[in-house]
Design a protein around this ligand. Structure first.
Ligand SMILES: C[S@@+](CC[C@H](N)C(=O)[O-])C[C@H]1O[C@@H](n2cnc3c(N)ncnc32)[C@H](O)[C@@H]1O
Length: 202
């Protein structure tokens, strides 16, 4: 049986059009933030980027963006959409857990949406470690966590605010958190925006 940790699991969802997460565009709060209080420009990673709407948006706004996804269908479509829109953005088909091998301290920022909730909950500590590893000290980690709820299966696996704080505490300093400024209507009340910075080594 395939598990969420295998690309085949996600390939099947894409092939069967069971991609209920698809929004057809960037997250409205990412758009609002970048247009009003943008994070510093630089090289940005988007883990679990899917069809790359957020990555294309960031690239269009001056960020040197790399979207990572281990599902071939996602990466192929992301590249097609970038070509269609004439956006210079890179997509790499790759398991995000392998990133530190090649991308240690390679990024100034990470934007994450619906990737944390897509991974096996037993790998969340490892996930945070990977995000910290690929960021430069002082690099920004902006995330919109979903679904904020206390129970249920997944993916999307439930996320709790105290858990987010606890998991980020070691490697990151949370500078701001709260409901997203522009929530996705169908997910209202279940999203939680976090803007954090990677701590410098002691
Ligand atoms: C719920 S979808 C969200 C896609 C995109 N963030 C969006 O909002 O449209 C989760 C994505 O994460 C990818 N993914 C899950 N685990 C991954 C891993 N270990 N490495 C790379 N991609 C992964 C899946 O293939 C899928 O495209």
């Amino acid at each position: 049986m395939t598990t969420v940790s295998a690309p085949e699991f996600w390939e099947t969802l894409y092939a069967d059009h069971r991609d209920g997460w698809e929004m057809g565009g960037p997250h409205p709060s990412l758009v609002h933030l970048v247009e009003t209080t943008p994070p510093p420009r630089g090289r940005v990673a988007v883990p679990g980027c899917g069809r790359g709407h957020d990555a294309r948006f960031l690239a269009r706004h001056g960020y040197e963006t790399v979207g990572f996804d281990f599902a071939r269908a996602a990466v192929e479509e992301a590249r097609q959409l970038a070509r269609r829109d004439g956006v210079a953005v890179t997509f790499e088909q790759r398991d995000l857990f392998t990133l530190p091998a090649e991308y240690t301290q390679a990024f100034d920022g990470v934007w994450e949406y619906t990737c944390f909730c897509a991974i096996d909950t037993r790998r969340r500590t490892e996930y945070v470690r990977v995000m910290a590893a690929i960021l430069k000290p002082g690099g920004w980690f902006w995330a919109c966590f979903f679904p904020i709820r206390t129970s249920g299966g997944g993916p999307p696996f439930p996320v709790a605010k105290p858990e987010v704080r606890r998991r980020l505490a070691g490697a990151f300093r949370i500078e701001r958190e709260g409901p997203p400024s522009r929530p996705v209507a169908a997910r209202a009340g279940q999203e939680w925006m976090v803007q954090a910075v990677k701590r410098a080594p002691a």
